[in-house]
Design a protein around this ligand. Structure first.
Ligand SMILES: [Zn+2]
Length: 325
C-alpha cells in the first residue's frame, strides 16, 4: 500500500501541469453520435476502485478505465481490479505504464510504455487495449504517429472535471469546484441532440469517488445524455482481438508459437503488433500498414516481463518516495 500511495503522490504531482487539449483530428475528444457521454477514469486501478464499481453498478453506467501498468503491477489487489472492471461491463484502456511525458521520450520508449502496459493487462485480464490516453494529453506529432502505427485510438477529452486540482480542498468544496466545469460545459453549454462528450475524472482521488462521480452521473443523466464506453463512443473495438487480425496472416507458417496458442478469452491475439511493440519481430510498415505478429495467450512467455515490470514499478515507487521526502 505504501507503494500505491507513493505512485498516487507522483501522479498528483505529474498532473499539476497544464493539460494539453487536442489539436489533431487523430486525437478523439467527442463521440461519433450526439447524446453520448463517455465517462472515463484515469490513473488507476486505485484504492477506491471497488467503491467506484459499486456506484457504477448502482447507476447502471458503463465507463472506461484508463489504467496505468505501474498501478496494476503495484500490488495484487489492484491487479485483481482489472477483472472486476471487465466483469462490470466496463472498458479497460491504457494510460501508459509510468505516466511519463510521451513527448519527451524516444519512439522506442513510447512503444515500451504501451507494450509493457498491454502485457501486464493481458496477464491480469486477458485483454490488450486498443484505446490509449497520453498522460496529461501530451502526444504531439511523433507520439501520434507511433500510437497510430500501433493501431491505437488516441483518446482525449472535451470535458475535464479538473478533480486533481482540488484535492487539497474539503471534499464537498472540491466536488462543487469540479461540478462547475460540468455545469458550464455540459449542463448549460451543450445539447444532447447535437453534442457529445468524453469526460475526464480520476479514480485515485477520494472525493472523486465518494462524491463527485455520482453528482456527475446524475446531472448528465438528467440533461438527457446516455453514458457509453469509449468503444461505443468512438465506434472502434475496445481490444486488439482476433476479429481484427488482418487477412494477410499466413495460416501455414506459424512456427513461432508452441503449446497453448488459443487465447484464454478468445480475444487476445494481437493484430497489429501493438500488443508486442517491444518485440523485435513486431514491425509496422508505413501508416496503417499492419504486419501481423502472432502472439498468443501463452501466459508463460510473459511472466518474466511481469516480474521485471513489478520490480520496475517498485523501483519507481521507491524513488518517488524518497523524492517526496
Ligand atoms: Zn493521468
Amino acid at each position: 500500500m505504501k507503494i500505491a500511495t507513493s505512485l498516487i503522490a507522483a501522479l498528483f504531482l505529474a498532473s499539476a501541469a497544464t493539460a494539453v487539449m487536442p489539436d489533431d483530428p487523430a486525437k478523439i475528444d467527442t463521440c461519433t453520435k450526439p447524446g453520448q457521454v463517455a465517462l472515463t477514469f484515469d490513473d488507476g486501478p486505485g484504492l477506491y476502485n471497488d467503491q467506484l464499481l459499486a456506484l457504477l453498478a448502482k447507476k447502471n453506467v458503463k465507463a472506461t478505465f484508463f489504467v496505468l501498468g505501474s498501478m496494476v503491477a503495484a500490488n495484487a489487489q489492484q491487479a485483481g481490479a482489472l477483472k472486476k472492471i471487465l466483469a462490470g461491463g466496463h472498458q479497460l484502456a491504457s494510460h501508459t505504464y509510468s505516466h511519463g511525458n510521451l513527448d519527451k521520450m524516444t519512439e522506442d520508449a513510447m512503444r515500451l510504455e504501451i507494450s509493457k502496459t498491454s502485457d501486464i493487462m493481458f496477464q491480469h485480464a486477458g485483454v490488450r487495449p486498443a484505446y490509449m490516453r497520453a498522460p496529461e494529453g501530451n502526444c504531439a506529432a511523433v507520439c501520434t504517429k507511433v500510437m497510430e502505427s500501433l493501431g491505437l485510438v488516441i483518446s482525449h477529452w472535451n470535458v475535464d472535471t479538473n478533480d486533481w486540482r482540488f484535492t487539497t480542498l474539503a471534499p464537498a468544496a472540491a466536488t462543487e469546484k469540479s461540478m462547475e466545469e460540468i455545469n458550464k460545459v455540459i449542463i448549460q453549454g451543450s445539447n444532447p441532440a447535437t453534442d457529445s462528450s468524453i469526460l475526464l475524472e480520476h479514480e485515485i482521488h477520494k472525493f472523486s469517488v465518494d462524491l463527485l462521480a455520482e453528482r456527475v452521473i446524475d446531472a448528465i443523466t438528467a440533461k438527457g445524455y446516455k453514458f457509453v464506453t469509449m468503444e461505443e463512443c468512438v465506434g472502434k473495438p475496445a481490444y486488439l482481438t482476433g476479429s481484427v487480425v488482418p487477412p494477410v496472416v499466413p495460416p501455414t507458417t506459424n512456427t513461432t508459437t508452441t503449446g497453448a496458442v488459443v487465447p484464454p478469452t478468445g480475444s487476445v491475439v494481437a493484430p497489429s503488433g501493438s500488443a508486442t511493440i517491444g518485440s523485435p519481430q513486431s514491425t509496422a510498415s508505413g501508416t496503417g500498414a499492419i504486419v501481423p505478429t502472432i502472439t498468443t495467450g501463452n501466459k508463460g512467455t510473459n511472466s518474466a516481463g511481469l516480474v521485471r515490470a513489478g520490480a520496475w514499478a517498485m523501483g519507481v515507487a521507491a524513488a518517488v518516495g524518497f523524492a517526496m521526502l
